[in-house]
Design a protein around this ligand. Structure first.
Ligand SMILES: *[C@@H]1O[C@H](CO)[C@@H](O)[C@H](O)[C@H]1NC(C)=O
Length: 370
């Protein structure tokens, strides 16, 4: 298969480079030394967060302030992100997708409380579309913006991307923020952007993966998506592992990730259990009429790591699956706790993990040529 090449390469890098899947269960931090973390910066933070922060390990040592790292926590209408001041792109972004948040017409409500049209939804998951998409946010009305919430010296600049050869790749896609023009505009902050290979990646396979995440809302009630830029080591001819990446801008400023991960947690009522109808809730999604606080949910968890490189359209999405822990270890993040992980089934055992190839831009190009 022609598609095995790149994915095998990166899989080797991930498995060996990141460590052979060794799991260190997180211990309660109460046993360790008490270190008081600095408070998170103000939301969308305008101020510098270099206030004097006494820490238990030595307020005298840090008499002149806590140096960081400071995660700029950016709370937006459609997502939350943490910004990495050293790399000058997000450390991660998080979204909660539902058929409502995507401003799609939810699938027709099932009669009664026992059946959800899962087969129908599964079909929609792979054949896609047919559904009416109500668009409130319009991409053509948004422009890329520098994020003034990030202190100037740490900020990614439009100039850094200019003629870099890389696309300004959305971590939270604009199409996930159709709920309002403001929500969509906010996805165009450079604090939600990382440099991505354009042809064959940002404009193609990565976009198919984003579409896959949205289509999961046909099949699941709640879809939580983390997008995480990664720097993975690759084996060099001298046998050593090194992380090699470009830095764009003049002077160089914004780092170009070697890989990008999407980690997805999806949930829906578990109809293997008899479910009691919940109390009437006007905000409830009619596709899931039984959902209430007491509803027993089934969870599906999946992680995909893609190289920041041209990926052939025919590549099998499943060839990019990795254990969630590999992403966590490579990124230094705990995305989901052990309880959620142990309760979750594999996403691709619960839904068909397949991308739909859409070459919109090529269609446009050929129209343009006429
Ligand atoms: C979205 O961005 C565009 C372009 O900068 C601007 O004209 C428009 O007012 C913004 N809309 C909202 C709702 O923020």
């Amino acid at each position: 298969m022609p598609t095995l090449g790149p994915s095998l390469l990166f899989a080797a890098g991930l498995t060996i480079g990141v460590g052979a899947g060794v799991l260190y269960p997180r211990k309660p931090t109460s046993t360790g030394p008490t270190v008081q973390l600095p408070p998170p910066p103000p939301e969308g933070g305008k101020q510098e967060s270099r206030a004097l922060i006494p820490t238990a390990v030595g307020s005298a040592v840090l008499a002149h302030g806590f140096p960081g790292p400071t995660p700029d926590i950016l709370k937006r209408t459609a997502y939350t992100a943490a910004y990495d001041r050293r790399l000058k792109h997000p450390a991660w972004t998080a979204e909660h997708l539902t058929s409502t948040s995507l401003a799609r017409t939810p699938p027709p409500a099932a009669a009664g409380t026992q059946t959800v049209p899962l087969d129908q939804a599964r079909k929609a998951d792979t054949t896609g579309n047919g559904e009416k998409v109500v668009t409130k946010g319009d991409r053509s009305k948004s422009v890329f913006m520098e994020d003034e919430g990030v202190p100037e010296i740490f900020r990614a600049k439009l100039q850094d991307y200019f003629k870099s050869g890389y696309d300004r790749g959305h971590m939270v896609p604009a199409a996930d923020a159709k709920i309002s023009q403001q929500a969509m505009n906010e996805t165009f902050y450079l604090s939600n952007i990382a440099p991505q290979v354009g042809d064959g990646f940002n404009r193609h396979y990565w976009a198919y993966l984003e579409d896959f995440c949205r289509r999961l809302t046909n099949n699941f009630e709640d879809v939580y998506v983390f997008t995480v830029p990664l720097y993975l080591p690759a084996k060099q001819p001298d046998g050593k592992w090194r992380v090699s990446y470009e830095v764009i801008g003049n002077p160089p400023s914004v780092s170009v990730p070697t890989h990008f991960a999407k980690v997805i947690l999806a949930s829906r009522p578990d109809f293997a259990y008899p479910q009691k109808p919940g109390p009437a809730n006007p905000n409830q999604n009619p596709a899931y009429p039984t959902t209430s606080a007491s509803t027993i949910k089934e969870l599906a968890l999946g992680a995909f790591v893609l190289p920041n490189a041209e990926i052939p359209d025919q590549a099998d999405l499943r060839s990019f699956i990795v254990p969630v822990e590999h992403v966590e270890k490579a990124a230094g993040l705990q995305l989901f706790n052990d309880q959620v992980k142990s309760k979750s089934k594999q996403l691709c055992s619960m839904t068909q993990c397949q991308v739909i190839v859409r070459r919109f831009d090529d269609a446009r190009k050929s129209i343009g040529k006429k």
